[in-house]
Design a protein around this ligand. Structure first.
Ligand code: ZN
Ligand code: ZN
Length: 352
């Protein structure tokens, strides 16, 4: 669902987003830079890496995809800020997705920087990207899709749908685990980790109360909402985690939000309110679809919802995401006592 209710903090950056272009490296504040790094074959086009100046170097928030093009853009972007890749002292990664974590290992190799990640994402790295374990992940995904009611002929294709992206992620292990509330040891900065699970189990935002900045990763974006889905590596009720973490972030005293995609913006609390309202509308829509059927699978529910395009024209690898996102909402409604599930192959959903 797309909205445009936020006030951009940088007209130039917003314009670059809107026109399908590539934003410039920008100085956000004295000592804070925004560096766009391209993402291959993805409508999001780039991830915004932030460079925070330290005495004698920089820390970066997120790194980008592990491609030569992305690495080149990061090196060149740092050059605009007056630094070199060898000046990077720390890579603070908001979460383990390849557009954020992918390049971290290469940056460490070039600079000796430490990589920090939340333990809940660090724990999942091996199962997700290790060649020997990934078969198990696909098997569990297949089981989840079967219980959702995905038709048998599509099961294998959907279960293996994201395996090609593993090519873009090197298996770097983090050097430090960053816990909720931790104050990061970065001279000149009062940077606090805020654990915001939902989009991934170990997603982190970083708040800077003195400068009133929030590095929001994928947790809060100006125009789109991040995928919150049930999958083999998610928590049992990721939407509940997400909405709770969203409300908590909305209470922070923040002037400007520095997200990982699209463009930076103001008025965090308003955006948080809109995203929460969006999910409650979606919950109501799903409750109505289940209410109109006499026992319905997750997959059949998903096919009856409104998406950004008709269900028939959604490519199959994206239908898996749609199914798993629908499941996250069903599970939330079950936990709230608004729906009940009768387990089987597939699970069927009924009004409570
Ligand atoms: Zn992500
Ligand atoms: Zn992302």
């Amino acid at each position: 669902m797309r909205r445009e209710t936020v006030t951009p903090a940088s007209e130039a950056q917003r314009e670059a987003w809107r026109s399908g272009g590539f934003p410039e490296v920008e100085r956000v504040r004295p000592g804070v830079w925004s560096i766009p790094v391209p993402i291959p074959i993805n409508p999001l086009r780039y991830v915004l890496v932030y460079a925070l100046e330290l005495p004698g170097g920089v820390a970066i928030v997120d790194a980008g995809w592990d491609t030569d093009e992305a690495y080149g853009a990061l090196v060149a972007g740092l050059g605009v800020t007056g630094y070199e890749i060898t000046d990077v002292r720390a890579v603070l990664v908001t979460h383990m997705h390849p557009d954020h974590y992918g390049l971290a290992g290469r940056v460490r190799e070039a600079s000796g920087a430490w990589i920090g990640l939340h333990p809940a994402d660090a724990r999942l790295l091996a199962g997700r990207y290790d060649e020997s374990l990934v078969g198990d992940l696909v098997r569990r995904e297949r089981g989840l899709l079967a219980r959702s009611g995905v038709p048998e002929p599509s099961l294998d294709e959907l279960a293996g749908a994201s395996m090609m992206i593993r090519r873009f992620v090197s298996m770097a292990r983090p050097d430090r685990l960053i816990e909720d509330g931790e104050r990061l040891d970065l001279p000149g900065w009062d940077l606090r980790a805020v654990w915001t699970p939902g989009h991934s189990p170990g997603h982190l935002c970083f708040a800077e109360p003195e400068r009133r900045l929030l590095f929001s990763g994928d947790h809060v974006l100006p125009r789109i909402t991040p995928i919150v889905a049930v999958h083999p590596q998610s928590g049992p009720n990721p939407l509940a985690d997400y909405l709770e973490a969203l409300a908590a972030v909305g209470r922070l005293d923040v002037e400007e939000v520095l997200p990982a995609h699209e463009y930076r913006f103001l008025e965090l609390a308003g955006r948080v309110g809109d995203v929460i309202a969006h999910h409650h509308e979606r919950l109501a829509e799903i409750e109505a679809v289940v209410g109109a059927a006499d026992g319905i699978s997750c997959w059949d529910t998903a096919t009856r919802l409104t998406w950004s395009r008709p269900w028939e024209s959604i490519p199959s690898y994206m239908r898996r995401g749609a199914n798993n996102e629908t499941l996250a909402h069903l599970v939330w409604l079950e936990a709230a006592g608004r729906l009940r599930r009768v387990a089987g192959e597939p699970d069927l959903w009924f009004p409570a």
